[in-house]
Design a protein around this ligand. Sequence first.
Ligand SMILES: [Zn+2]
Length: 467
Amino acid sequence: MAYGERGRRVPVVDLADRRALQRYRPADAEVIEEARRLKEAALLDFGLTESAVASWLYAKCHHQIPTTAVDTAAVVASGDGSCLLLYNPDFFVGLGLDGVKFVLFHEARHLVHRHLFADPDLRADPVFELASEVSINHVALVRLGRAELPLLNGRPTGVNPREVYELYRADLTAHGLEPLTYEGFVETDMRVYGELKRMHHPPVPERRLCVRLVADAVPADQETVDLVASSALLNSLLAARRGHPGAEVELLDLMGRTEDGNARAARLWGKLGAGVLRGETTRTRTVDWWQRWLVDVLASKLREGERLVYPKKRGALLAALGQDPLLSRRGPVRDKVLVIAYDTSGSMPNRVITWLTELVGRIDGVQAHWLSFDAVVMPFVPGERVYGGGGTSFQVVADYAEGRTEVNGRRFEETPDAVVMLTDGYAPPITPAEPEKWIWLITEGGDEWPDRHTPAMDCHRVTTGSR
Ligand SMILES: [Zn+2]
């Protein structure tokens, strides 16, 4: 289905039903074990070097199920917000490691595509479907450093971008039109589509080549796709800002490929604040600069220490399997600790809290502690109503976050990696023990003293107008 001559059918069981999937005609235990090993090795390679985006995306598929109910592999995004990776064990063993990596990269890219190109008219066009296959396989060949499509039973499988290009060139030449070079043709995703549309007879993809090409064959609830894909992109962006060079190159390339001629993708990249990778300042008005600034500052505060770099030898890691391989892929040894303190004495628009809650919720490997404060500190859970009283003290937050005072009879036992203060800034200035970890978000009309303080701390004004 994703690849090869095997898939021709609509799935035999409900692809969101985990138990039915596992029950359906199980493959041999040895084959299942080998397929699982190949899958883990492929995902490990993504995390180490080849694709931060695919690595994060699969980290979000909490269930990864070998099943013969699909012919190849597919990511299911079901309506309850969960993502499943389904893979046919015989198919994976037949492909070998290189082929498995290609197929898993291809599937991850489909999900990202679905997130960035959600226009129903576009998606209904078979030429667009083919264009997606061409783009995705072109990128997979380049990123994975391959000359050819994966082989199954000795034959290349999948849509070959060069072959489609040759059809395009012949069609245009026959009708007296000037074709682009191959490099020009595959430069961006909409370019491939636009150029295929210039053909008198655009090729129609063979339905059997990819499971995505069988209408409704794979549940792909748009909301779930958006949630999972945007979270994977955000975490890749944070990894890039923390200095993961592979993630930076991959995101820059993905951004360049998808935003050309695609207003939705340009908007989504803008919301993510991904322009910082290009050194851009704000271009859209749908997202405020302070939000991008915060993403960037947080990324630097949550930077991994040197001893937390990815292990280099995959062989050694695989030998050590039995450990949860997700951990080795994710890099950080421990969760980063983030404290978010919210000044209830001023007027803090709910929109800011909601945005911050969603942002923090999408960052993996972060343990968030929410506090509200006025003259005292009160831990709270996002969504809970918080009450403010009189007087404001920043020192009470510092005393609590630095473990000196108790709240409800308990001290804060963690050492925060970052402390975000949401406040109007009106209270006596403080100098925390580790000022470099503090981030001050000052509401409109507030006092930006942390900027002028000695030592100066990261500080930005939150714009809350309805622009
Ligand atoms: Zn496909």
